[in-house]
Write a protein that binds this ligand. Structure first.
Ligand SMILES: Nc1ncnc2c1ncn2[C@@H]1O[C@H](COP(=O)(O)OP(=O)(O)O)[C@@H](O)[C@H]1O
Ligand SMILES: [Mg+2]
Length: 264
């Protein structure tokens, strides 16, 4: 089981879109995939099922009211399951503040699952939900919107992920890659991409997700881009990303049970 967290403290960079379509891509390559919606906006939940703020959800798992098994849903995408999120997650920082081991709730809850991949969506912040997602993950995918591109913000984010890894004592948490999204093939787009390529070198995924309105249309229909427009540029990009993530994540993962042993 390989767990992947998609994180960036900026909103609107394509995190949820990447979670949903990376999951669909992996599923269509023959794997079982669990999506965990750790964002109180519940966008991944909506995109995969059409439901809005269902209860119970991941929230109830994180506050020890229920188990993952009780909130495990099928989705509109074959071989993709979902642990939904709802709006109550937005206040969970406060509720978990006094609880010991609050960053490890998700990792503990997921231990024992047998999906090939777990893909975790996160809110646009580095609060306790993102910390839980990182603590539960082997690798992080960081989407960066080429239109909202900010190198300074990016450095800080990567440093913060590093710090969190050390603070939480998860030395094998690694950056799987930085994913360029909203790419526009014009002079400015190519120039910006060139700067990123120089700066991040092989940390950058070779796959680039184009700016493409079909991605938004697919969300509205509660379908992945691989169901809605598999042969378009966005569909091809996410299929390719799934192959690249698989390669980068590799096979030799720290067993989940051992990571969990670090849980306090
Ligand atoms: N590559 C893209 N091209 C065009 N629209 C996109 C693309 N990726 C995401 N979107 C749309 O942009 C909005 C923000 O994307 P989203 O994945 O929700 O970002 P985040 O989860 O980081 O806030 C959504 O409406 C989504 O449908
Ligand atoms: Mg989102």
């Amino acid at each position: 089981m390989t767990a992947i967290c998609v994180a960036n403290n900026k909103g609107g960079v394509g995190k949820t879109t990447t979670v949903v379509n990376l999951a669909a891509g992996l599923a269509r390559q023959g794997h079982t995939v669990l999506v965990v919606d750790a964002d109180g906006q519940g966008n991944a939940t909506y995109a995969l099922t059409g439901r809005i703020h269902p209860v119970p959800s991941l929230y109830d798992v994180l506050v020890d009211k229920t188990t993952i098994q009780q909130v495990l849903w099928t989705t509109n995408e074959d071989n993709v399951w979902l642990v939904p999120g709802d709006a109550r997650l937005q206040n969970i920082d406060v509720e978990l503040a006094a609880r010991a081991g609050r960053e490890w709730k998700l990792a503990k809850a997921l231990a024992g699952q047998t999906f090939d991949y777990i893909v975790i969506d996160t809110p646009p912040s580095l609060g306790v939900l993102t910390q839980n997602a990182l603590a539960a993950a082997h690798g992080v995918v960081v989407p960066i919107s080429l239109t909202e591109f900010s190198l300074i913000g990016m450095d800080k984010l990567l440093a913060t992920i590093d710090d969190l890894g050390q603070e939480l004592d998860i030395p094998d948490l690694r950056l799987l890659g930085i994913l360029v999204t909203f790419f526009e093939d014009n002079k400015l787009g190519r120039e910006t991409y060139g700067i990123l390529e120089k700066k991040f070198e092989e940390q950058l995924f070779a796959t680039v997700v184009p700016k493409n309105v079909k991605l938004e249309e697919a969300h509205r229909r509660n379908e992945s881009i691989l169901a809605f427009a598999p042969n378009g540029p966005a569909g091809q990009a996410y299929a390719e990303l799934a192959r690249e993530v698989k390669k980068r994540a590799g096979a030799e993962q720290t067993p989940y049970s051992r990571r969990r042993a670090g849980a306090r």
